[in-house]
Design a protein around this ligand. Structure first.
Ligand code: NAD
Length: 340
């Protein structure tokens, strides 16, 4: 897995553009904000494909349009796709790259905090279909991920919280000191302190690549990246992906799953409180009613980590350490989801 954290992204891209036939895929928000840079880099508008911002663009229709443009441009197997955007642009561009002419190179240029620390690292590509998220996809690593922390300057607070969810997760699953560092620097992160952002992005990418490198195809170890995601995904689904973005739902998931771990005696009261004190100010816990809890449970019963119809939970067991459990009883889950 190759990545670089750099400031001079545009001149680095110039290099790729000079050497290859290419298609740059981005979304309308990013294009509007960075139009000056993009137009300085690319003269021919046929080399740019602009998607509408948002999850709806991760669709089969949009994918077919990308194939159509690639064919019209007659991109050969030496051609490359430059994916300039957040996780939506990255996922669909990566999928197109992995399938067009049985695979061409693509470069990820992630522009959201979430995509810089998570979705551009790890080689998962995909689209949504029939209402199922990421149901069609491939493992296909970009030939390079170019990360410029300065893109974060134009992100809003909600999108920063989204990335922060995954960043805090890395600390909790792998590196307690990193978790402490993030906790002490939440204000600086929201204030977009460049040095601190660069450090936490670099550290996050290091942790994610370390785990992914040991389990490229998501068959075992990589499951620990799913801390907060069993409950988190069910919350995203309950609210139809509208009330919370992915990272916010993961933060809520980590709050509830940490509570399960405490209730089951896996972690000390001190560690439980430490985690909650950092997470709760970021996203207020919900306090679900019984009907909502039943819906959440139904979603959790479809989680990809489940085994023999038992819900799989990645839970903290020590500072900076997690493990997977299949024996959490429904009563405990229900109680905790209604309690907070
Ligand atoms: N492949 C993976 O491993 C993986 C991992 C996590 C999430 N994902 C996927 O990522 C997607 C979510 O990604 P995301 O959170 O980056 O969302 P996104 O791509 O929808 O971007 C969020 C919003 O921010 C805007 N934006 C992007 N960069 C900006 C910038 N620099 N300044 C201002 N606005 C900017 C976008 O236009 C969009 O409106 C989901 O589809 C999810 O399934 C994939």
């Amino acid at each position: 897995m190759r990545y670089k954290i750099i400031d001079n992204i545009w001149s680095e891209l110039k290099d790729y553009i000079n050497r290859h036939k290419f298609l740059l895929i981005t979304d309308r928000n990013i294009y509007n904000i960075y139009k000056g840079h993009i137009e300085k880099l690319i003269n021919d508008e046929d080399d740019i494909l602009i998607l509408e911002p948002g999850e709806n663009s991760k669709s089969l229709e949009e994918l077919m349009n990308i194939y159509k443009v690639l064919i019209e441009k007659n991109l050969d197997r030496n051609g490359i796709i430059l994916s300039l955007g957040g996780g939506v642009v990255g996922d669909i561009s990566g999928f197109a790259a992995s399938t067009y002419k049985r695979g061409i190179d693509y470069i990820q240029i992630p522009t959201t905090l979430l995509s810089q620390v998570d979705s551009s690292i790890g080689g998962k590509t995909g689209i949504d279909f029939l209402g199922y998220k990421n149901i069609i996809g491939t493992f296909y690593f970009p030939s390079m991920t170019l990360i410029n922390p300065l893109f974060i300057n134009t992100l809003n607070k909600k999108e920063i919280t989204c990335g922060l969810g995954e960043i805090i997760k890395y600390g909790l699953i792998e590196d307690y000191d990193f978790f402490k560092y993030i906790g002490e620097n939440i204000g600086n992160i929201y204030n977009k302190d460049k040095n601190i952002l660069t450090y936490i992005i670099e550290k996050s990418v290091e942790i994610k690549s370390f785990i992914v490198n040991k389990d490229k195809l998501d068959l075992g170890l990589r499951q620990k990246l799913n801390f907060g995601h069993t409950v988190g995904h069910s919350i995203e689904s309950l609210f139809n992906y509208e009330r919370y973005n992915h990272g916010e739902a993961v933060i809520l998931g980590m709050i509830y799953e940490t509570t399960i771990a405490y209730e089951k005696g896996l972690i000390s009261e001190e560690y439980y409180n430490e985690i909650r004190n950092i997470l709760i100010p970021l996203v207020e816990p919900v306090g679900f009613n019984e009907n909502e809890v039943n819906i959440l449970l139904n979603y959790m019963k479809k989680d990809k980590k489940n085994k023999n119809d038992k819900i799989g939970f990645v839970l903290p067991v020590d500072k900076g350490k997690v493990d997977i459990f299949y024996d959490i009883d429904e009563l405990t889950i229900k109680k905790i989801l209604m309690m907070i």
